[in-house]
Design a protein around this ligand. Structure first.
Ligand SMILES: CC(C)(COP(=O)(O)OP(=O)(O)OC[C@H]1O[C@@H](n2cnc3c(N)ncnc32)[C@H](O)[C@@H]1OP(=O)(O)O)[C@@H](O)C(=O)NCCC(=O)NCCS
Length: 126
């Protein structure tokens, strides 16, 4: 966790090719239900494939609105960092992730083949 938190700290060096990143964990009764990451900028890979924000929810905690809630909180953090829009990407058939992004006003830019398979790429204006 310390290693991940260091990636958001401007005072700490980054490894080559890394970008600053904020991580948050979704916790209930000391149990981690999921996590979400905000990359502060895009490099070539992030622009093509992965976007600014990625998240995952433990299978037993899905369909409770947690990803939608966590994304909303992280969009607030992105705004506070001064970003004016963020890119999100998901596998083309990942309906749950696509719905999560669309709940927050994601506008589909394209569906493209990437090295991780076909992906939907959305922008959310902050
Ligand atoms: C994608 C993921 C994060 C969604 O988490 P979640 O907490 O279950 O999502 P929410 O409860 O906030 O639901 C978001 C929307 O997806 C819909 N949804 C969730 N699971 C679904 C499913 N299995 N099938 C269809 N729709 C689904 C919900 O109904 C909701 O849409 P609605 O508001 O229109 O009803 C979770 O399924 C996950 O961790 N998947 C594996 C990792 C992953 O795919 N991460 C995203 C990478 S881009």
């Amino acid at each position: 966790m310390t290693r991940l938190n260091d990636r958001s700290d401007p005072a700490k060096p980054l490894d080559a090719g890394q970008v600053r990143c904020t991580y948050r964990w979704i916790v209930e009764d000391d149990r981690v239900l999921g996590g979400i990451a905000l990359r502060h900028e895009l490099n070539d890979f992030l622009l093509r494939v992965a976007g600014h924000i990625g998240y995952g929810i433990r299978p037993s905690a899905r369909r409770r609105g947690l990803a939608t809630w966590a994304l909303g909180r992280m969009l607030g953090e992105a705004r506070a960092l001064g970003l004016d829009r963020v890119l999100l990407a998901c596998e083309v058939d990942n309906i749950a992730s696509a719905r999560t992004i669309e709940q927050h006003g994601g506008v589909l830019e394209d569906i493209r083949d990437t090295e991780l398979g076909p992906a939907r790429r959305y922008w959310i204006t902050l």
